[in-house]
Design a binder for this molecule. Structure first.
Ligand code: FAD
Ligand code: DHB
Length: 391
């Protein structure tokens, strides 16, 4: 098979890139190791920045999102037994975020891909990347025992943190920056109305808690938990009791509980691999960087990377190499700002066993400052709704 771009991974980064390239008249194939049923089943992010919404619209997949997604004009910070609203809209001159699950984004992109008759190779085994330092890269994979090869102009490595693309780059060509946090997030999804119409981020002496949602009748809650906790050790009852303890009395009182549809524990990590281009291989999304989830930047960064990449490739086929030359630097400027914000918001909202009483006093002072200073709450708001895409 011969295509212009071979995309490794059919997560949100790979699928969105495929859709944007299709709109630009560039021919691409997606190579995914899992089945078509697996990806939409993963419960992950839900907060979309305006830039992500714009890219989904540009890819022609925004219709259901605008119909079913929830526009949020604010978030609430809970500490010291009370909630404080951050008015995102007022503080950012009218911006907001869209709450619409990654599961749904993935589903919409997959439907659009199928409807346009675009090719995705699912259940591809032993995917390997060849000759991306030449003008004729190739992707090899096995399926049902047979080996196949794709010849292409470019490879887009959109295969997530554990994928093969970053691992194919020689260690001497790549620089890794990493921080692992000493706790995890225990998440629970339930068919219950959200406790509040906006998200609540809670700093509590027992640990962080987050009240989020997928719709007006489906809720997503998270609890900071020890990194070595096992999800089986958490009954639904234990989860709800612990969540109640970490909320203000009014929220605790109005919390509607129900059986969990899903429960899982995720580790927290900050990670950046630099650069993001190696000859004719580009990394995008979680393949190149991870943020701790506080502030919901992971999916949004994956979207902005492929926004830059689709534009750079369109420019290449129109005769200019400027876009691909600047791809890595453009992405990394935005990524490091999101890394900083996610690290800061994580540090502010979680209990860190090692920082002791001094660390907690500093957190309390910063939270107090944050909700009473327009300058400080504006900095939170403009990062939360997403920094603008720069050229
Ligand atoms: P992925 O979604 O990881 O997709 C990569 C795809 O590549 C997958 O389909 C995978 O099967 C495929 N692949 C992997 N290896 C290969 C291979 N060798 N060959 C072919 N295909 C391969 N972000 C938030 O903003 N908020 C959250 O609450 C949140 N929660 C998260 C919880 C978890 C457990 C995880 C892991 C992430 C979470 N994130 C969250 C981050 C967010 O979901 C990611 O940033 C986003 O999924 C990145 O998309 P991606 O397409 O780059 O990578
Ligand atoms: C969700 C996850 C986040 O990390 C966040 O900051 C907000 C919402 C969520 O899964 O709904």
């Amino acid at each position: 098979m011969r295509v212009q771009v071979a995309i490794i991974g059919a997560g949100p980064a790979g699928l969105l890139l495929g859709a944007l390239l299709h709109r630009a008249g560039i021919d691409a194939v997606l190579v995914e190791q899992r089945s078509a049923e697996y990806a939409p089943g993963r419960i992950r992010a839900s907060v979309l920045e305006q830039t992500t919404v714009d890219l989904l619209d540009a890819a022609g997949v925004g219709e259901r999102m605008h119909h079913e997604g929830l526009l949020h004009d604010g978030i609430e910070l809970c500490f010291g037994g009370a909630r404080h609203r951050i008015d995102l809209k007022k503080l950012t001159g009218g911006k907001h975020v869209m709450v619409y699950g990654q599961t749904e984004v993935t589903r919409d992109l997959m439907h659009a891909r199928d409807a346009a008759g675009l090719k995705t190779i699912y259940e591809a085994e032993h995917v390997s990347l060849q000759d991306f330092d030449s003008a004729r890269p190739r992707v090899r994979y096995q399926q049902a025992g047979a080996t196949h090869e794709i010849e292409c102009d470019f490879i887009a490595g959109c295969d997530g943190f554990h994928g093969v693309s970053r691992a194919s780059v020689p260690a001497s060509a790549i620089q890794i920056h990493e921080k692992v946090y000493p706790f995890g997030w225990l998440g629970l999804l339930s068919e219950t109305p959200p406790v509040s119409h906006e998200l609540i981020y809670s700093n509590h002496e027992r640990g962080f808690a987050l009240c989020s949602m997928r719709s007006l009748h489906r809720s997503r809650y998270y609890l900071q938990c020890p990194i070595d906790d096992k999800v089986e050790a958490w009954s639904d009852e234990a989860f709800w009791a612990e969540l109640r303890r970490r909320l203000d009395p009014e929220a605790a009182e109005s919390l509607v509980t129900g059986p969990s549809l899903e429960k899982s524990i995720a580790p927290l990590r900050s990670f950046v691999a630099e650069p993001m281009r190696f000859g004719r291989l580009f990394l995008a999304g979680d393949a190149a960087h991870i943020v701790p989830p506080t502030g919901a930047k992971g999916l949004n960064l994956a979207a902005s990377d492929v926004g830059y990449l689709s534009r750079a490739l369109a420019e290449f086929y129109a005769g200019s190499e400027t876009g691909i030359a600047h791809y890595s630097d453009r992405c990394l400027r935005r990524i490091w700002k999101a890394e900083r914000f996610s690290w800061w918001f994580t540090s502010l909202m979680h209990r860190f066993p090692e920082t002791g009483a001094f660390g907690q006093k500093l957190q309390a002072a910063e939270l107090d400052y944050l909700v009473h200073s327009t300058a400080a709450s504006t900095a939170l708001a403009e990062n939360y709704v997403g920094l603008p895409l720069r050229d």
